[in-house]
Design a protein around this ligand. Structure first.
Ligand SMILES: *[C@@H]1O[C@H](CO)[C@@H](O)[C@H](O)[C@H]1NC(C)=O
Ligand SMILES: *[C@@H]1O[C@H](CO)[C@@H](O)[C@H](O)[C@H]1NC(C)=O
Ligand SMILES: *[C@@H]1O[C@H](CO)[C@@H](O)[C@H](O)[C@H]1NC(C)=O
Ligand SMILES: *[C@@H]1O[C@H](CO)[C@@H](O)[C@H](O)[C@H]1NC(C)=O
Ligand SMILES: *[C@@H]1O[C@H](CO)[C@@H](O)[C@H](O)[C@H]1NC(C)=O
Ligand SMILES: *[C@@H]1O[C@H](CO)[C@@H](O)[C@H](O)[C@H]1NC(C)=O
Ligand SMILES: *[C@@H]1O[C@H](CO)[C@@H](O)[C@H](O)[C@H]1NC(C)=O
Length: 776
């Protein structure tokens, strides 16, 4: 083993060595396991494939990184390009592809680090009379978390009053650095870690960077796990006492199974991210399936569009969904541009991020008397008086390049010019909290963080190191104007305080990744949005709230933003639904969440983006999640594993994912016909007719009427317009005929999407589906 790692390290430092002999981790995928085989037989079988391309049996054995045994039939191994190519030609092999070391990471970026305490609005506000109570808050549903571990001592993971671990559970509690079986309990019922792929690339883990165990040294995994299933913890408070109150996860009586798959990157600060190797994630998902999880929450995504047969999350999720495990994934933080979304597969619930109705208000008073709104969650306060105010570019060291001069990058400010002043810095490069750190280093007394145009009105409630606030782009311009037009500009930053029931809420986060779906344009993504801006949850005490090296503060709860935070809200909501509707498929649970989602904000208007412009389904899918309504959705759009394979037939992908499936010979199904709870039609040319089938899950006798809001210039007809049901479980099909309105031909921009809705209503249940159509 020693030599093996040394060899890899050499490769790491000499990447220019002849690439045909260089060994990389490849994933060799066979699809499903056929027939009952013992784990030993499976491993021998995988090794025999390796042996057929390697010189010796020993070489074959030592090259094997993982042998996937439960559901996924495949292995990960160190191969040369030649060996990989030979394997890909074998008949049983569906695909062979190289694992890319920086392809996947957790969906929190270095820009979204916060500290403080905050409850998540919707999930916490469940009323006693809510139907969801019947679910006993996700009782005994097992949620698997693919993330970077857990801090098990957090009160959020107390198992007080919880019953025996479900009999179906087959997982383990794996020991390692600062973690043993005593760290699992009746809440955290399993914990494992997966690092072979990481170590094959980076060499042995630097154990000052991370724990070689399921323990979390970062905070992210603790945050997402407690968002899904954290217990109710009263009277928790952040640094500075912000948002004192009760913290609780969405499904507090669910059980958590921790699968640590993401690790710190050697030589980079924790605030700069992490990496999750595909072969490690596949091993984790395969084990999670074998262990018996009901839901998987995966706040991880790829940095590049990836076809399903080379996307470890998509492959793993397909195996999970075949066993009725619900898989929720984050959409990504690469907004606001279009086509930035990850995790686009139709068997995944893809989650965007939006705000909650709570703010940490910290306005700026200018010498002119003007009051500018701001937000921060910093415990530091200024004595009440006016202080000299400067724009960072006015106080930089003389050798700094001008183009980044407003950014307060490390070392850029001149202490002589900065001392005793409030400094306005702009977002862009560098971390938000790091900019405040630079102002403090240079002797500044206060810090105003101004948004760049791309950030719009979205403000992050950061735990800065000094008195500080953050302002919108428009307000940053106002402050700049005041500075440039005033002889001795002055300002005061009012200490921040928590404000509740703020309006409008929710609005879409500007960072949330957007559709259209580049991999499957006929599937509308994301599916839904959930809280992902300034979210409170539990934190690792081996990290600091900002993760910066210079920050030595320890907190039990922290505020974070990202689709990483919204995904576990849907993971938790899925657990709530699963606890009521044990037998529902993962598609049924997604359908219930999607068709019941809310379109309006708390002002009764359509949800907007961070700048106040109307948002659309490429940002929020069907809208903001409403778990209480989802518990009783009326109708569902169900889909089976076979339906997903039929969908894959339409793009000729099925042979790379499940070779046992035979696509219909003559008429390949249209990809739009997957029974999805939403509809996307790219490049409409002529007339398209789509079939959908709904299942009545409400009262036995019901009558549903359809209403349609067509995209501009598009005609949408639904037939029949009335559906009669006389029993629960009854299915009814209808057609949706979509065509261009000829008289509107010139008004629609080619390739540009228009949005609409079709809604079934029985007087009680609103079953709404969004649609997105572009014309050829
Ligand atoms: C786990 O570790 C703790 C602390 O080192 C120790 O007290 C405890 O006995 C260990 N438990 C087991 C089951 O080994
Ligand atoms: C491990 O990480 C620590 C902290 O970043 C660093 O100081 C140390 O040099 C690293 N050790 C090795 C062997 O790279
Ligand atoms: C909450 O905690 C704070 C500080 O620990 C304490 O002063 C306060 O009395 C507590 N409030 C309640 C309601 O327990
Ligand atoms: C800023 O200017 C320097 C030279 O003055 C240049 O090298 C650098 O690429 C510029 N950076 C940006 C972000 O424009
Ligand atoms: C950040 O830095 C990169 C590389 O120097 C540059 O390309 C980019 O434009 C910068 N962004 C901003 C907002 O200054
Ligand atoms: C339910 O409706 C179907 C047709 O829609 C009809 O054939 C059947 O008799 C009905 N059953 C009851 C119990 O009314
Ligand atoms: C639309 O369909 C017609 C008939 O099939 C075809 O001739 C035409 O090229 C199509 N237009 C586009 C833009 O695809």
């Amino acid at each position: 083993m020693e030599n093996f790692h040394l060899f890899l390290l050499l490769l790491l430092f000499l990447p220019h060595l002849a690439s045909c002999t260089e060994k990389q981790v490849y994933i060799v995928y066979f699809g499903e396991h056929n027939g009952e085989k013992t784990i030993h037989e499976i491993e021998e079988n995988h090794q025999s494939y390796l042996f057929s391309v390697k010189d010796s049996e020993d070489d074959a054995k030592s090259s094997l990184v993982y042998s996937y045994k439960h559901s996924i039939n495949g292995f990960a191994a160190l191969l040369t390009q030649d060996e990989a190519s030979k394997l890909s030609k074998k008949e049983e092999v569906l695909s062979v592809y190289q694992s890319n070391p920086r392809k996947y990471s957790l969906h929190t970026t270095r820009s979204w680090e916060f500290a403080g305490v905050q409850e998540t609005r919707n999930v916490n506000n469940l009323k006693k009379e809510d139907l969801l109570l019947k679910s006993r808050y996700g009782k005994d549903v097992i949620v698997g978390m693919l993330d970077n571990g857990v801090w098990p001592e957090s009160k959020s993971f107390s198992d007080e009053g919880m019953g025996a671990i479900p009999q179906s559970w087959k997982g383990i509690c794996q020991s390692g650095d600062a973690f043993n079986s005593s760290n699992c309990n009746k809440k955290i019922i399993g914990a494992r870690y997966y690092i072979k792929g990481y170590e094959a690339y980076y060499g042995p883990l630097n154990r000052t960077l991370d724990y070689l165990s399921p323990r979390d040294k970062d905070g992210h995994g603790t945050h997402t796990s407690s968002t899904v299933g954290g217990r109710r913890v009263d009277n928790v408070s952040a640094i500075g006492g912000f948002a004192r109150g009760t913290a609780s996860g969405g499904a507090p009586l669910s059980r958590l199974a921790i699968y640590k798959v993401c690790w710190a990157i050697p030589g980079e600060g924790k605030e700069n991210g992490n990496t999750c190797f595909e072969e490690d994630m596949l091993a984790a998902i395969d084990d999670a399936i074998g262990d018996g999880v009901d839901v998987l929450s995966i706040s991880i995504g790829s940095t590049q569009p990836t076809p399903y047969n080379e996307d470890g999350i998509a492959i793993g999720a397909l195996h999970a969904v075949k066993r009725n495990i619900v898989v929720a994934c984050s959409a990504g933080n690469s907004g606001p541009g279009p086509s930035t979304l990850t995790n686009p597969a139709p068997w995944i619930i893809t989650v965007g991020a939006s705000s909650v109705d709570r703010k940490f208000v910290a306005p700026v008073l200018l010498g002119s008397g003007l009051k500018i709104e701001g937000e921060a969650a910093t415990p530091h306060k200024l004595e009440k008086k006016l202080y000299p105010l400067v724009y960072a570019a006015q106080v930089i060291n003389s050798d700094e390049p001008k183009n980044l001069s407003g950014q307060c990058l490390p070392g850029s400010l001149s202490p002589k010019k900065t001392k005793g002043k409030i400094v306005l810095c702009l977002r862009g490069n560098g971390t938000r909290v790091g900019k405040g750190g630079e102002v403090k280093r240079a002797g500044g007394i206060g810090f105003i963080l101004g948004n760049s145009k791309a950030n719009g009105n979205e403000l992050a409630a950061d735990a800065h190191f000094l008195p500080a606030t953050s302002v919108t782009y428009e307000n940053a311009l106002k402050i700049l104007k005041y500075i440039s037009s005033t002889k001795a500009p002055k300002a005061y930053i009012v200490p921040s305080k928590t404000e509740l029931d703020t309006k409008p809420a929710p609005f879409m986060a500007s960072f949330t990744s957007r559709g259209p779906n580049t991999i499957s344009p006929n599937i509308l993504k994301p599916d839904i949005t959930a809280p992902g801006l300034n979210i409170l949850a539990a934190w690792s005490e081996a990290s600091s709230p900002t993760k910066l090296d210079i920050d030595h503060r320890v907190v039990k709860y922290n505020i974070l933003s990202g689709t990483s935070m919204s995904c576990p809200h849907i993971g938790g909501a899925s657990a709530l639904l699963k606890a009521i509707h044990h037998s529902w498929s993962s598609a049924a649970i997604r359908s219930a969440l999607v068709t019941s989602a809310e379109l309006n904000n708390n002002e009764g208007k359509m949800i907007t983006d961070a700048s106040g412009n109307p948002a659309d389904p490429f940002q929020f899918g069907s809208g903001h999640f409403a778990p209480t309504k989802a518990a009783d959705p009326g109708l569902i759009y169900d889909a089976s594993y076979t339906d997903y394979l039929l969908f894959l037939c339409s793009s000729n992908e099925v042979q790379n994912l499940d070779s046992s499936f035979k696509c219909p010979k003559n008429n390949s199904p249209s990809p739009s016909n997957l029974n999805y709870p939403s509809l996307a039609i790219p490049k409409l040319n002529g007339t398209v007719t789509i079939v959908r089938t709904v299942t009545n899950v409400g009262s036995s006798k019901s009558v549903y009427f359809v209403s349609v809001k067509s995209p501009l210039g598009i005609s949408v007809k639904i037939s029949p317009p009335i559906l009669y049901f006389n029993r629960t479980g009854q299915k009814k099909s209808f057609t949706i005929t979509v065509k261009r309105q000829s008289e509107m031909t010139d008004t629609i921009e080619k390739g540009k999407y228009g949005f609409g809705w079709y809604t079934w209503f029985d007087g009680i249940h609103v079953v709404r589906s969004p649609m997105a159509v572009s014309v050829a």
